[in-house]
Structures are given as C-alpha cells and as structure tokens.
Ligand binder design. Structure first.
Ligand code: SAM
Length: 248
C-alpha cells in the first residue's frame, strides 16, 4: 500500500547502494529527491526511470503537502537525499514528520551514513557519542556552541567541509583542550579515503603540512571529557579538612 520509504544511498563508493534500495526504487511509483539531477543519474545507472519530485531544504514543507497527496492517491513514494542517509544533516526529517502526522507509514531503508562509517573505525574511546552535525561557521557562535560541550563525557562527532576543516579543528582544541584524541576521517569509501588519529593540539599542524589532507569531505570524532571520579571533589575537601586538623 501507500507509504513513504526513506532510502539511504552511497556516500562515495557507488557499490555501497543496497540490494533493497535498488529493489524499492524499482517498485516506487514516484521518487522524491533532494537533487533530481543527481538522483536521476543514480537511477539511470540501474536502468530505473520514475517520475521525480524535488524535496530540498528550501521547499521541504510545501513539497511534503504534495507527497501526502500522492500518498492519498495510493502511491508508494521513495525519498533519497544527495548522499548517505536522509534526515542526517540532510533534508527528510520534516517530510517524515508531515507524512507520519498525515497517518501514512514511514519505512526506513538503511545504508551508508558518514557518521556511522567513521564511528565504525573510531575505536572503544568513542563507544558512546553525541552527533552534532556541522558546527556553526562564525567564530563567535562556534565558540559559544562548543564551550558547554567541554564537560560532555561522550565522544563528539562533527561533519565539516574542506574550506573550514583547519579552523574547526583549531577551534575544537581551544574549546575542549589540546590533549584529547581526534579521528579525522576524510573521503570515506572514496579513492582518497584517509583516517588519521592524533591529539587536538596536533590536528591543525598535521592538516597544514600537506594541502591534500584538507581536501574532500570530513567526519571528526573527538574524545569526550575525562571521567570525573565519583565524589572526587567531596573527597578532596574532606582530606583538606583532615589535614588541617592534624596540622593544628
Ligand atoms: N546524509 C549524509 C550522511 O548520512 O552521512 C550527510 C550529508 S551532509 C550534507 C554532508 C557531509 O557529510 C559532508 O560535508 C561531510 O562532513 C559528511 N560526509 C559525507 N560523505 C562523506 C564521506 N564520504 N567522507 C567523509 N565525510 C562525508
């Protein structure tokens, strides 16, 4: 019956499309896409030709109304974003809200996502994490955004674009301290894929040593705040008091 299918697509390597995604795209009556040209090319590769409808950040609410009309007409609709999983730093979430509110099923088709891909090779220090997407781009707003995260015990995961990578890694060091680990994951699943793990203090220098290290798409995974031993402050205060007493 009619339903909205949220379909993940590759984040670089075309072979990361899933069999289920191809099957569903072949079955759909209509495919909603963040960029109809991009998605048209993806579909052409698999010989799939379907009516396309644009659903992007600038029209998501209005487009959702149209999608609901198609669902009312009994259609099966697939939604794909430009790359990876829709709704993760990509349009799709407002469409999901509108369609669920209208009473139609929303069905996820999992697949590639840059955040999960980077975390899969981060290691045990990033076992619990908070995903923050893109940090604010203006220095003041970014500092205000990062400052309260300094005490957060989870690893922090960010997306970043090439032209801001150095200043963002530097800002992370300033806000969180230079000693923490960072995993810089670049061009995941692509030809120039590279993973580099270092401290936040070392990050900017490493990136600046070679312009190639600043090219492409990035996921940054930063170690969380060191765990505070339970009741550490109270213990320290008690010891101070005892010491003073003994000295007296
Ligand atoms: N929806 C996508 C997902 O599921 O990962 C994310 C879309 S967001 C607009 C694009 C950002 O995701 C890029 O700027 C980059 O930070 C990250 N990204 C996407 N593909 C990547 C890749 N192959 N390697 C590293 N980061 C990537």
């Amino acid at each position: 019956g009619s339903a909205l299918y949220i379909v993940a697509t590759p984040i670089g390597n075309a072979a990361d499309i899933t069999l289920r995604a191809l099957h569903l795209l072949g079955l759909a009556d209509r495919i909603a896409a963040e960029d109809t040209r991009n998605t048209g090319q993806l579909l052409a590769r698999y010989g799939i030709s379907k009516p396309l409808v644009a659903v992007h950040v600038h029209n998501e609410r209005a487009a959702a109304e149209r999608i609901i009309e198609y669902l009312q007409a009994g259609e099966r609709i697939a939604y794909v974003s430009d790359a990876g999983t829709p709704g993760i730093s990509d349009p799709g979430a407002k469409l999901v809200d509108a369609v669920r509110t209208a009473g139609y099923p929303v069905i996820p088709l999992p697949g590639a996502s840059a955040v999960a891909t980077a975390l899969s090779v981060a290691g045990d220090w990033a076992a619990t994490f908070t995903f923050l997407g893109f940090a604010p781009t203006k220095a003041k707003q970014r500092a205000a955004f990062l400052q309260p995260l300094a005490a957060h015990p989870h690893a922090l995961v960010f997306y970043e674009a090439p032209h801001r990578i150095v200043e963002t890694v530097r800002a992370l060091g300033e806000a969180l301290g230079g000693e923490r680990r960072i995993l810089i994951a670049r061009e995941l699943t692509k030809l120039h894929e590279a993973l580099h793990c270092c401290t936040l203090a070392e990050g900017p220098t490493w990136l600046e040593e070679d312009a190639n290290r600043q090219r492409g798409e990035f996921v940054l995974v930063v170690e969380g705040a060191p765990a505070q031993p339970h009741g550490a402050n109270e213990d320290a205060a008690a010891h101070d008091g005892l010491l003073r007493l003994l000295l007296e």
